[in-house]
Write a protein that binds this ligand. Sequence first.
Ligand SMILES: Cc1cc2nc3c(=O)[nH]c(=O)nc-3n(C[C@H](O)[C@H](O)[C@H](O)COP(=O)(O)OP(=O)(O)OC[C@H]3O[C@@H](n4cnc5c(N)ncnc54)[C@H](O)[C@@H]3O)c2cc1C
Length: 390
Amino acid sequence: MKSEYDIIVVGAGPAGAFAAATAAPECDVLLIEKRQEIGDPVRCAEGISKVGLSKFLRPQKKWIASKVARARIFAPDGTRLDVSEELAGPEVGYVLERKIFDRDLAKRAARAGADVVVRTRATGVITENGFIRGIEARHLGESLEIRAAVVIAADGIESQVGRWAGINTTLRPKDLESCAQYLVANVDLLDDCCDFYLGSAAPGGYAWAFPKGSQAANIGLGVLASKLDGKHPIDYLDAFVNKHYPNGQPVELNVGGVPVSNAVRKTAGDGIMLVGDAAHHTDPITGGGIINALEGGRLAGEVAKEAIRAEDPSAKVLKRYEAAWRASFGKKLERNYKIKDIFVNLSDDELNKLVRSLEGLPLEEMSVAGIVRRIISRNPRLLAGVRHLF
Ligand SMILES: Cc1cc2nc3c(=O)[nH]c(=O)nc-3n(C[C@H](O)[C@H](O)[C@H](O)COP(=O)(O)OP(=O)(O)OC[C@H]3O[C@@H](n4cnc5c(N)ncnc54)[C@H](O)[C@@H]3O)c2cc1C
């Protein structure tokens, strides 16, 4: 590790690793990760769409625990909807092995020329005349200052790097899913199908069961922090697993948060950009964030290169990143936030009604927009607030 780089990326998740790999062929890049093992522990259900992933990378066998061709959505009363992979959204297609996937992304950044250093935690930013000029860090018990023209904050939910730079990355309880997940052994799941459970089993969120190889599954849920009702998400998860998978044996537990908010308002400033979960780029309805993390990372890496080439890391140049992600997935995030705000307040009875209104329809032959319009037309009172969005 040197004391000066063109670009420092904080956080070796998908967003950070992708930003580093994009910029490294042309610039001097440092990618730091506070954990000692990239990708571990896994805070993710690991679902990703095949088309989404293939836009960025050629899928490797070793990343994939299961291939999934469809999803089932269960209403609180057990009414079931069968949905094709294409209609099921950005989390259905593959169930990844993120311990391997994230590590491979970091190796990719290293192959592109980045210095990748683990057990190195950013502890502050260096600020001069309002410009971010680098970071303060702790590496194996040693305090360091590392300077750079551009700092990319890819440090996940409630980004501290962003906060140190004066950007508000805190989440209101109504915009934060509090999640718990077990890797469960000894479960008999359909191995080509992801299951989603709506309703009060996970208030303001949903529960999921994603197959992970032979007789194992990621079984988890997210509860809106404002609806936890004094409980921990693990309490909801235990109740859910006992009810639906009584023979399952948890072999790993993970807890974590997912932003289900609008994106951070300012994702670029003088010498700094925020990417991935740090920028609240997860989908507010599904909580999926891997694909937007890859896309945001790629765009930030490109703009960082431009800034280094132009010798101008000011907000004027870095704002091109903000314009680029807004043009790519910003509209969808805004729309889905409005929809989420309505869905999280539906009662079990209302969710039953919604799901039942789709029973018997040829969903496989319908477009997503067609399905949404049909739901709205059959439930005009419940969904009056989202009608104008379609
Ligand atoms: C329970 C759960 C289930 C999910 N399921 C899915 C799913 O099925 N599909 C999907 O697409 N998305 C899912 N997500 C969301 C997805 O995991 C994230 O959107 C994605 O990981 C975002 O990538 P990222 O690189 O922005 O952040 P992260 O993957 O969170 O990476 C941030 C990295 O920064 C490091 N870091 C933090 N602070 C510092 C510091 N000060 N110094 C150095 N390093 C630091 C962290 O250790 C971490 O490695 C889920 C999330 C949770 C919590």
